[in-house]
Write a protein that binds this ligand. Structure first.
Ligand code: SF4
Length: 368
């Protein structure tokens, strides 16, 4: 089965409750503030077709909180925007109590702890324990290099996953993270975590240069560790790194993922079948960035994990002051080629642009 039954049941209940009784104050349309004083502002595309809002767009609620307790990292990965965008606050951390209070403030049932390298956060053990006490599911996104050293600070739990970043086999992964030996240490971290009874999955970003045959080779190699799933998504250019020619257009993404269905079936890939159809270009999904809010040292980052048009003091401010309908392909040129799961996986999970057959697809995927 894809996820533990408790996770599936808890998530289904949470989504049902929020669909039935959405918070009215989160559903209002906010007009984007014109900022004529800024000569560098990005104007909405005149050529793109404006997307029609789906009714579910007006049932906004958070699904996955992206919690970044710090932005410091021991690596300088080629595609990472964080260490560049947050250079001025790279030594700052969100205090433990604040992390736990934003988990409650947001209410999302899943917390993805990311960064920076969250395993460098001094209180990472108490943070994970505190979030589990609040009955949330956790994905701890890590480059895997500190797992061995700090494993004793955690206790295995069916709601807690180490999510280890691996972008390819040894040579290419080490190139992507710009340091030799990282792949081997990450694999060793995976091995010891699995041996100690932890749940472990992997997270792979696909770039323009990625050879999908190597991703198959990687998944095949990882079968020996009996992992609990793989996440995969196309890279998207942060403004902080968009001078690099590693990111893809939508056509590039469709091409990369055209044959991916076979791998997804063979290797326990955790992305939903609807999101996979979106990546292959077989259906459209609107952006639902409100489903994946991000909190970091500067506050609630809006509108999404990728674009920063502001930081808000409270989650309520993020939800009520962000002009959500001004974002997404066809609304903002910066979104044109974005197919990141943080913007579109909530649309798939919430049944936006759903077809009748989707429920059966989702069920057979969950049981596979
Ligand atoms: S389409 Fe992508 S970049 Fe644009 S708001 Fe949504 S998640 Fe952010």
């Amino acid at each position: 089965m894809k996820f533990p039954l408790s996770m599936t049941a808890g998530l289904a209940g949470y989504i049902f409750k929020n669909k039935m009784r959405p918070r009215p104050e989160w559903q209002k349309t906010v007009a984007a503030a014109p900022d004529a004083s800024n000569p560098f502002r990005i104007l909405p595309s005149k050529t793109a077709v404006k997307s029609q809002p789906h009714p579910m767009i007006h049932k906004r609620f958070p699904l996955v909180l992206m919690l970044e307790p710090l932005h410091a990292c021991n690596l300088t990965c080629t595609g990472c925007g964080r260490i560049r965008e947050y250079e001025s606050t790279i030594t700052e951390r969100v205090p433990l109590e604040e992390c736990l209070s934003v988990v409650e403030e947001c209410g999302a049932p899943i917390v993805s702890i990311c960064g920076g390298e969250p395993m460098m956060y001094p209180q990472i053990g108490p943070l994970v324990a505190g979030i589990l006490e609040r009955n949330r599911h956790i994905l701890l996104c890590t480059n895997g290099m500190f797992i061995q050293k700090r494993l004793h600070e955690f206790t295995p739990d069916t709601r807690f996953y180490f999510n280890v970043h691996l972008d390819g086999m040894e040579k290419n992964h080490d190139l992507a993270v710009e340091r030799e030996g990282v792949f081997r240490e990450a694999i060793e971290g995976i091995r010891v975590a699995k041996a100690a009874g932890f749940k472990v999955c992997t997270n792979t970003t696909v770039y323009k240069e990625t050879d999908m045959r190597e991703i198959e080779e990687l998944f095949e190699y990882l079968t020996q560790f009996n992992l609990d799933g793989h996440q995969i998504a196309p890279a998207y250019g942060y403004s902080a790194v968009n001078d690099r020619e590693i990111f893809m257009t939508r056509d590039d993404v469709h091409e990369k993922f055209r044959e991916f269905d076979r791998l997804a079936k063979k290797y326990n890939v955790r992305q939903t079948p609807v999101y996979m159809e979106f990546l292959r270009g077989e259906r459209e999904l609107p952006c639902t960035a409100w489903g994946n809010p991000t909190y970091n040292v500067k506050g609630w980052k809006g509108p999404c994990y990728l674009i920063t048009d502001g930081h808000y003091k409270t989650f309520e401010d993020l939800m009520t002051q962000t002009p959500w309908e001004s974002y997404g392909p066809g609304n903002d040129p910066r979104c044109e080629h974005c197919m990141m799961h943080c913007g579109f996986e909530p649309s798939a999970a919430l049944g936006i642009n759903a077809k009748f057959s989707d429920n059966f697809k989702l069920l057979s995927w969950m049981l596979r």
